[in-house]
Design a binder for this molecule. Structure first.
Ligand code: ASP
Length: 437
């Protein structure tokens, strides 16, 4: 019998109807043995995610503001799931405990983690699978970094003891046993870690869409679905803005070469997107997809004979480092270069950075330009096909879009272009039309 790890996201577990769908899916294939659960997400656009309600309850409690109504909404959701699934499960003592812990000032991560904890508890009851708490499987070290060895060993040991289990996503524990969560959407990461630990043959990630789209559906109507994508392509696309999976979710499975399949809980019969370590199989186009983000700035720096100054780049990087700025890209010429950074790093710091760059690096000119959007065109086929960039820039030129910056990654699977924010949507449309239509 092989092993499939299946992670179900928030919308897949938002209410009892969804829970029953999930039950059908899981029990339909006996290889689906380790199930990772998110907290209940939104049932409809007016609804609120349980994780958000828990964060709100925590904030209210911290400021000594009444939080009972908010917490009640959380509990009602679980009651509906339990009753709608016809389960004989009494969660009262869990609810009372959470309420008390909020009153006593229990920490934020712990409170947020209760969303997945309770959902996994209910799902394990519904499926007749063992419940295994993520705090006993996923560990962080004292610096708050994920402890790979300790976690994978514990997960593997667990898999020897339990043939089937439900595990809450999103959190693990610190050496002092305190709960710590991943960043938002971190249930995907839990699924990936469990997959690696139990040595699965497939990590299924069940969500509310049938896979990864080749472009943002908010910009392109009914974009083509990507059938096969490599880890590297996916990293580029998700980092650049496409969001289906948590950005770091592929890292744990990468080393083990485990494929991830994105599937739709609402349409389980539909083929999803399969994410593979590598493939020779060419996609339907020379590009696999296009994605992007707004809200970047460019810091343009000029200095005659910059190329001969051995310490110039080091000094520049030092200014960025001491100001906590993550550099996105650095296209350069002989006497000038541009630092591309996300706006969020510059808020309230522009003057300091300008002063420090001027005094430390001694440039001839420093200028800031905001309102930049970065677009990433990704494709494993690009490396071996002549004319991809010609086609890309011809499309942008035909749409009268001024390209402000160009970067190509060393792996030659992407081309990044910077455009004005006002041109962003049009640029995506013209690229999509040129390659995908
Ligand atoms: N429930 C968490 C969140 O809303 C984690 C997850 O859904 O993966 O971010």
């Amino acid at each position: 019998m092989s092993i499939i790890v299946s992670k179900f996201g928030g919308t897949s577990l938002a209410n009892s109807k969804q829970f029953l769908r999930v039950k059908d899916i899981v029990l339909n294939d006996e290889d689906r043995r380790y199930i990772v659960a998110s907290a209940p997400g939104k049932s409809d656009s007016e609804d609120t995610k349980v994780t958000d309600l828990l964060y709100l309850s925590y904030d209210l409690a911290k400021h000594k503001i009444a939080f009972s109504d908010t917490l009640e909404k959380v509990f009602n959701k679980y009651e509906e799931i339990v009753n709608g699934c016809g389960l004989n499960l009494d969660l009262t003592k869990h609810f009372e405990k959470i309420k008390l812990e909020l009153e006593e000032g229990k920490d934020r991560d712990y409170i947020a983690s209760r969303g997945e904890y309770l959902n996994a508890l209910i799902l394990s009851e519904l499926l007749g699978y063992e419940f295994i708490d993520a705090k006993d499987l996923i560990f962080f070290n004292n610096n708050g970094n994920f402890d790979e060895k300790k976690s994978y060993d514990a997960i593997y040991e667990m898999s020897k003891k339990h043939k089937k289990a439900v595990i809450p996503g999103f959190y693990g524990s610190m050496p002092n046993k305190e709960v710590k969560t991943f960043s938002r959407g971190g249930g995907d990461l839990t699924g990936s870690i469990i997959s690696r630990g139990v040595k699965t043959s497939l990590y299924e990630n069940w969500t509310d869409i049938s896979g990864f789209m080749s472009a943002d559906p908010r910009i392109i109507k009914n974009p083509k679905k990507i059938e096969v994508i490599t880890y590297k392509e996916l990293r580029e696309l998700s980092y650049a803005g496409a969001s289906v999976l948590h950005e770091e979710a592929i890292l744990p499975v990468t080393a083990a070469g485990i494929p991830i399949e994105i599937k739709n809980t609402f349409k389980p019969e539909e083929k999803g997107t399969i994410i593979v370590p590598d493939t020779d199989k060419k996609g339907p186009s020379e590009i696999t997809g296009v994605s992007g983000k707004k809200h970047f700035s460019v810091i343009n720096i000029e200095k005659i004979q910059m190329n001969k100054d051995k310490s110039f780049h080091r000094k520049l990087m030092s200014v960025l480092e001491v100001n906590g700025i993550v550099l996105e890209h650095m296209p350069s010429s002989i006497d000038s270069l541009s630092l591309i950074v996300a706006d969020k790093y510059l808020t309230g710091k522009m003057d300091t950075i300008e002063t420090e760059l001027k005094s430390f690096c001694n440039p001839d000119k420093v200028a800031f330009k905001s309102g930049i959007a970065l677009i990433t065109v990704v494709g494993r086929g690009m490396k071996n096909s002549i004319g991809t960039s010609a086609k890309l820039f011809t499309a942008l030129a035909a749409s009268k879009i001024n390209v402000r910056m160009i970067v190509q990654g060393a792996s030659e699977i992407n081309i990044i272009v910077g455009v004005e924010e006002k041109d962003y949507e049009r640029a995506i449309e013209s690229i999509y039309d040129a390659f995908m239509k």
